[in-house]
Design a protein around this ligand. Structure first.
Ligand SMILES: [Zn+2]
Length: 195
């Protein structure tokens, strides 16, 4: 096992061509080059290696900072979300309370109105009944008056006839008395009858 010269990731010699973490070329130099590599080439290679390590280190730093920022933003968002959820829950509770209060008030007002209407209708019905009774009584009185007037008229007619009859009888009696004045024994009784 060897380690990648740039990122130190472990790998099996000859099994992979590139580091799967940083992508560095891991293939060995050709055997024919051994002992023949010029010093200038090796210096260049070493310089590339240093540059690659620094670059990888900067990438890791940047990645770390980005991860930190991401974590911060995520934390802030989570906090904001929690606060928003709490406010939402509070608002929903307030809304439910308001709705319940509104329902109670509506219920009470409707009941009161219905009760008022019921009372008014009862009062109207009572007044109507009283009025009907008054009309009925008035009609009865009118009928009684008409009946009494008819009876009075009949009585007057009778009285009138009786008066005529009495007058007639009186005249007849007086005529009889005058005609039989001297020999009528019942004179006093006849006078009494007329009076
Ligand atoms: Zn690597």
């Amino acid at each position: 096992m060897s380690n990648c010269p740039i990122c130190q990731t472990e790998y099996v010699d000859g099994a992979v061509n590139f580091c799967f973490t940083c992508g560095w070329d891991l293939t060995p130099y050709p055997v024919t080059f051994t002992g023949q590599i010029p010093a200038a080439f090796l210096d260049k290679e070493r310089a590339k290696l240093v540059w690659a390590k620094q670059t990888w280190s900067r990438i890791l730093d940047t990645q770390y900072r980005l991860n930190q920022q991401k974590a911060d933003i995520s934390s802030q968002l989570t906090e904001q979300l929690t606060q928003t959820q709490q406010q939402l829950t509070k608002t929903i509770n307030q809304h439910q309370q308001l709705q319940a209060t509104l329902d109670q008030i509506t219920d009470r007002v409707v009941k009161e109105l219905l009760e008022k209407l019921r009372q008014e209708r009862a009062e109207e019905a009572a007044q109507l009944a009283q009025y009907n009774t008054g009309i009925s009584s008035w009609e009865q009185v009118t009928r009684e008056r008409a009946k009494l007037a008819a009876q009075l008229e009949q009585a007057n007619t009778k009285i009138s006839r009786l008066k005529q009859l009495v007058t007639q009888l009186a005249q007849d009696k007086i005529g009889n008395i005058i005609s039989g004045y001297n020999d009528d024994d019942d004179y006093d009784d006849d006078i009494d009858d007329i009076v």
